[in-house]
Design a protein. Structure first.
Length: 357
């Protein structure tokens, strides 16, 4: 779905205005389904912060950029379906053009979901590739296990028919914060990570078990921010060859400052040396060994602009993750081995790439 972000980024300034290109998560459902509460639970923001953060983007749809100070993902919320006098056709057309993953939000204690199914059918008919996740809220409101299971199966079947395929689904409770449904939210974050890595990586809840991972969580948004810049910078091969390596080099310098290490040629050479032949040689093959900025792979000329954008996001995130690991271990006096660093890079690349596109 990163490719859909990239296609949107290719719109001209006249078409897009001064709009920031962000991965967009669209919430669709009836009034009272829990859409705003779901955004609050995913971002761990208060109801007041969420309410104040939403801004109108059409006559009856609104958006919320998160984090507010340096947005990396946008939530799009349309007016509750089924409200008297509301024709959603205009909003559905506008929102499907700007969205990358759709969360269909339905309450388990509300079996009347025909209006939602009809809207979903219209969306999929116009945008067959829309990644869609079914979120069943109100798990705590249907206390009988058998009744809850029947409700889950009934709504899932209805939405599956509307979409023309079985949808990944999660059931959760949106109770007050002290009783947050951790298991349900983690399942939703996992589905988001698969559907839209750019958003899923930001919203996933860390279960860091070691000091290095805990430290990286402090700098993760920085890496994601640069990865997003790399994605939208790669509009054309020539532009990408300059902008993407420059963005990645700037990220490495900032990570060095954050970890208390000056990123210079010596540190860069040590990092690339540790990355090893399997990854480091790929950089050297493409750009030579003269400058670190020229050692970052850019594939715009060979795989097309959209795929180049997706790869730029994934390689930038993976590079930042590997650099953070290298800087942390080096500062501790125990530089990582080539195998360790390669595993960190490859795992980060897999998690941040959109292999389904």
């Amino acid at each position: 779905m990163l490719n859909r972000i990239f296609r949107r980024a290719k719109r001209t300034p006249t078409e897009a205005g001064d709009e920031i290109v962000l991965p967009v998560v669209w919430l669709l459902g009836k009034t009272g389904a829990g859409k705003s509460s779901l955004v609050g639970a995913l971002t761990e923001q208060s109801d007041v912060e969420i309410g104040d953060g939403f801004q109108p983007c059409t006559r009856s749809a609104r958006s919320y950029d998160f984090p507010p100070d340096q947005p990396l993902v946008r939530f799009l919320d349309t007016r509750g379906l089924g409200e008297a006098g509301y024709d959603p056709a205009e909003d559905l057309a506008a929102c499907r053009d700007r969205s990358h993953v759709l969360l269909v939000v339905c309450r388990l204690d509300d079996p009347v979901q025909g209006v939602v199914a009809d809207a979903l059918s219209d969306i999929i008919r116009a945008e067959a590739g829309m990644r869609t996740i079914l979120v069943l809220t109100g798990k705590d409101l249907v206390t009988d296990p058998d009744a809850r299971d029947r409700a889950e199966r009934t709504i899932a079947a209805r939405m599956g028919r509307a979409a023309g395929r079985a949808l990944p689904a999660v059931s959760l409770s949106l109770a007050p914060r002290e009783a947050t449904d951790v298991e349900g939210l983690d399942a939703l974050r996992g589905h988001l990570l698969e559907a839209l890595p750019a958003a899923g990586l930001l919203l996933e809840k860390s279960r860091a078990g070691d000091a290095e991972q805990i430290e990286f969580e402090k700098h993760k948004r920085c890496v994601l921010s640069y990865a997003g810049v790399a994605l939208t910078s790669d509009l054309a091969p020539v532009v990408g060859m300059v902008a993407v390596p420059a963005t990645q080099l700037k990220m490495l310098h900032e990570l060095g400052l954050r970890y208390g290490v000056k990123w210079d040629r010596k540190v860069g050479a040590a990092f690339l040396s540790t990355m090893g032949v399997s990854i480091g040689a790929r950089y050297a093959t493409n750009f030579g060994l003269r400058e670190l900025a020229k050692l970052i792979p850019v594939y715009g000329q060979t795989v097309g602009a959209a795929t180049a954008g997706a790869i730029s996001f994934a390689t930038t995130y993976a590079l930042g993750r590997a650099a953070a690991y290298f800087l942390y271990r080096s500062a501790q006096g125990s530089a990582p081995s080539e195998e360790e660093l390669r595993k960190v890079y490859q795992r980060a690349f897999r998690r941040s790439s959109d292999e389904a596109d």
